[in-house]
Design a protein around this ligand. Structure first.
Ligand code: HEC
Length: 135
């Protein structure tokens, strides 16, 4: 009987893990990702990170276009670590955060839909290729 209880309990724990795992998979909002991951650098402008809400810093970045800027940041740019340093972020979540930061600096970018995500992925591949050939 004792053993049975242990089995039931561990099954329940496994089920719980499965549920929280599934939640981690569903996309976080840009604001949430920004606060959890990006803010540490982008609030104060650590290592020259473009500051949150700084229109002057963001205007030329926004001009690069959503798929280009998002893909480059996702791959990593100089002191900006790939995926903002958090390998658990999905591309959707990361892109939501970029769009959120762009909006905070006067941009009109929406959280990317499937078509925009596809464009970001194409640009990501092109960027990786060009970085590799430079080495
Ligand atoms: C460890 C600090 C750090 C974290 C964390 C970080 N960034 Fe950055 N980010 C930087 C720095 C530094 C730059 C400026 C890079 C440069 O131009 O030299 C930058 C630049 C950028 C740019 C502009 C890229 C370009 O092409 O100039 C975007 C977009 C960006 N970050 C998005 C994000 C997002 C989204 C997150 C969170 C998911 C994030 N960053 C987390 C440090 C950080």
């Amino acid at each position: 009987m004792q053993n049975f209880r242990v089995i039931v309990l561990s099954a329940a724990a496994t089920a719980l893990l499965a549920v929280t795992g599934a939640q981690a998979q569903s996309s976080k909002s840009g604001e949430q990702v920004y606060k959890e991951v990006c803010m540490v650098c982008h609030a104060a402008g650590v290592a020259n990170a473009p500051k949150f809400g700084d229109k002057k810093a963001w205007t030329p970045l926004i001009a690069e276009g959503q798929h280009v800027l998002t893909a480059h940041a996702w791959v990593g740019v100089r002191a900006m670590p790939p995926k903002g340093g958090n390998p658990n972020l999905s591309l959707q979540e990361f892109s939501n955060a970029v769009a959120y930061m762009a909006r905070a600096a006067g941009g009109t970018w929406k959280d990317p839909d499937a078509a925009m995500l596809k464009k970001i992925q194409v640009e990501e591949q092109a960027r990786i290729k060009s970085l590799n050939t430079k080495k």
